[in-house]
Design a binder for this molecule. Structure first.
Ligand SMILES: [Zn+2]
Length: 249
């Protein structure tokens, strides 16, 4: 286990969190599947900023601890530059290091050694899991990405690259901003896009980020001076680990 980064010299902007304090939200619909996942909520004590890069740097250490806690620390973290577009990166071979894909807002993979990550603060993180084939996707779908149909594009790519049947997909929407705090109900549009693509198992608890600033960051409610939640998704290792080793998911 790599603990080196946690025991180095203290940096003033970094908040040390006990494992029990890490605010990780889990989704029941994904708990049943052979995947590892989490949605990292607002982290107390992190300085907010209008500068996305600065706030991500401040959140980085806590997010590393979350990956460690979720048994994802050994996986290469794949993220996207997030330009409110509809391009989806395909990861069909192992990544040697953490990698951020430019000009993309979504990721799909069939690689067990990769962890997908998406940052959001009001936009929706959309988790896609193929229950039969080993394939997953994670998307950033806000007002623009939803209008561009990123979910439908990702489902098409899953079919094309990994042979996914939409009927085998389980989709989970993260908390995101909704009416009346936002003028457009893009979460409802995402659900509709999933159904149009043939997905029947679509889960959305209807939680609004701007309604719960104690738990979530909200770009709109905090006028841009905010943080980012981190959505994480990786394939499980049920097929690869010895019995009894992978039961505590
Ligand atoms: Zn609200």
């Amino acid at each position: 286990m790599r603990h080196g980064r946690l025991s180095g010299p203290a940096r003033p902007s970094i908040v040390r969190l006990e494992n029990s304090d890490l605010p990780i939200e889990r989704f029941g619909a994904l708990e049943e599947l052979d995947v590892l996942h989490g949605f990292v909520r607002r982290i107390q004590g992190i300085a907010l900023s209008n500068d996305k890069a600065a706030v991500l740097a401040s959140l980085d250490e806590a997010h590393r601890q979350v990956r460690h806690r979720l048994a994802l620390a050994e996986r290469a973290l794949a993220t996207v530059r997030q330009v409110h577009g509809s391009e989806v990166a395909v990861i069909d071979r192992p990544l040697k290091n953490d990698h951020c894909f430019d000009n993309c807002d979504g990721l799909i993979t069939n690689q067990c050694a990769v962890c997908l990550g998406i940052y959001v603060a009001d936009c929706c993180a959309v988790y896609l899991v193929d229950r039969k084939r080993r394939a997953i996707g994670l998307l950033h779908s806000g007002k623009k990405g939803t209008a561009l149909g990123i979910v439908g594009k990702a489902i098409e790519l899953l079919k094309k690259k990994f042979g996914t049947d939409a009927a085998d997909l389980v989709v989970q929407l993260s908390p995101c901003i909704r009416p009346p705090h936002y003028e457009i109900d893009f979460a409802a549009q995402i659900v509709e896009q999933c159904r149009d693509a043939g997905v029947s198992k679509v889960h959305d608890e209807g939680v609004c980020t701007a309604c719960h600033l104690e738990r979530y960051y909200s770009y709109r409610a905090e006028k841009g001076r905010t943080g980012r939640m981190l959505a994480l998704l990786a394939l499980g290792r049920a097929a690869q680990v010895a019995p009894g080793n992978g039961s505590r998911r």
